[in-house]
Design a protein around this ligand. Structure first.
Ligand SMILES: Nc1ncnc2c1ncn2[C@@H]1O[C@H](COP(=O)(O)OP(=O)(O)OP(=O)(O)O)[C@@H](O)[C@H]1O
Ligand SMILES: [Mg+2]
Length: 364
């Protein structure tokens, strides 16, 4: 139904969409998740042409909507959009809000628009609010009306951008219930949300957005249960990550030690775990790996899981394959092995790195 080909969106300071290609089929319910600022809203806004992509093409029902001369209002009629901030018309009643576009843009008679509007109000459970004004409604009710208004145009697809994030927590459930019902009717939808349980249960496909595009695309079972890529895994498991790159022998060792310290403090990582992390860093990187390398290129990432109270340290480096146990520095290795809960080496076949060690640090 919708196809994106190499879509690109550039702002002066950031490029939220570098090169996005995907296809969205009729009846899909897609949750769009990811860290703040990764282009989730931008993706939705490009699809319904609130933003013009700077490159690439978007097709809707076989027609290229990004071509010159395409009539934007016609396209938008077929794509309902629901915003965080409702955007209802404040000076007219609820039913007038629902009748306005169908009468003006679709040429429905007022009676038809009224009947259809009433049907939708019943669907979202708000028939009794027909003659109220938006300011007389709660946030949750306003958002249900906004959804009904989007449906009044009978769009092919509905795009929802964080539909519940402006709501009082007590009202989130009622709006989610309306969206869930809608999903069951087979309406094609894309929902940007920060609520993971909702994303998991409402959709049949998930886009995880990061690094300028759709970083991982899969079923809710895959994305939430067994994410394949590093950043998805970190996001889903809410891992606190510290990444370090060392290039050159005379890198700022003390600066790095204080970065580790700051990372531990910021994430309230227990003193003991933090000490072990520093020891692992010093023995493995400083004592075992660095002396082996002429032109070192080392990547280290610490990942802290609050849930499991566990620190995982991954270290990758270049050069010949070298198992730390066989490095010849027995003192450092035995100190390391004696302090951590697990250490595992494997030769890596990555572009930049040829070795990888994974260390697990748990309280004991
Ligand atoms: N009109 C604009 N002008 C300049 N930069 C913009 C504009 N709109 C968005 N951006 C930037 O583009 C990036 C992506 O923004 P976007 O709103 O799509 O992120 P998001 O994933 O929806 O984030 P959030 O979860 O916080 O809503 C951000 O860095 C943002 O600051
Ligand atoms: Mg957004």
């Amino acid at each position: 139904m919708i196809r994106l080909e190499h879509v690109k969106k550039v702002y002066p300071d950031v490029t939220p969409l570098k090169d996005v290609s995907t296809e969205i089929h009729t009846g899909s319910v897609i949750s769009v998740i990811g860290p703040s600022g990764t282009g989730k809203s931008t993706l939705l806004r490009c699809i319904n042409l609130l933003e013009r992509p700077d490159g690439g093409k978007i097709f809707f029902e076989g027609e290229e909507i990004t071509r010159r001369g395409c009539t934007v209002p016609k396209v938008r009629q077929k794509m309902g959009m629901v915003f965080q901030q409702f955007n209802l018309f404040g000076h007219i009643t609820v039913i007038e809000n629902l009748m306005l576009a169908p009468v003006k843009l679709k040429g429905l008679s007022r009676q038809e628009a009224y009947d259809n509007g009433m049907k939708l109000l019943r669907q979202v459970g708000l028939a009794e609010k027909v003659l109220n004004y938006p300011h007389e409604l709660s946030g949750g009710q306003k958002q249900r009306i906004a959804i009904a208004r989007a449906l009044a145009m009978n769009p092919e697809v509905i795009l929802l951008d964080e539909p519940t994030s402006a709501l009082d927590p007590t009202m989130v459930g009622e709006v989610q219930a309306v969206i869930r019902d809608l999903a069951k009717t087979g309406k094609t939808m894309m929902i940007v949300t920060h609520e993971m349980n909702f994303a998991r249960s409402v959709s049949n496909r998930v886009f995880y957005m990061d690094e300028g595009g759709i970083y991982e695309d899969g079923s809710p079972e895959q994305i939430f249960g067994n994410p394949l890529r590093e950043r998805t895994r970190r996001f889903i498991n809410r891992l606190k990550v510290l990444e370090l790159t060392i290039t050159g022998r005379d890198y700022d060792f003390l600066g790095t030690v204080s970065m580790i310290e700051a990372y531990c403090q910021k994430n309230m990582i227990a003193r003991k775990l933090c000490n072990t992390l520093q020891l692992a860093f010093e023995e493995l990187i400083q004592q075992i790996i660095l002396p082996e390398l002429e032109e070192p290129k080392i990547y280290a990432a610490a990942e802290y899981s609050e849930e499991r109270e566990e620190l995982d340290l991954v270290v990758r480096w270049n050069g010949r394959h070298m198992e730390p146990a066989d490095s010849g520095n027995e003192l450092s290795y035995s100190l390391l092995k004696g302090s951590v809960s697990g250490i595992e080496y494997r030769p890596a076949e990555l572009e930049e790195f040829t070795n990888e060690v994974k260390i697990v640090i748990r309280p004991r």
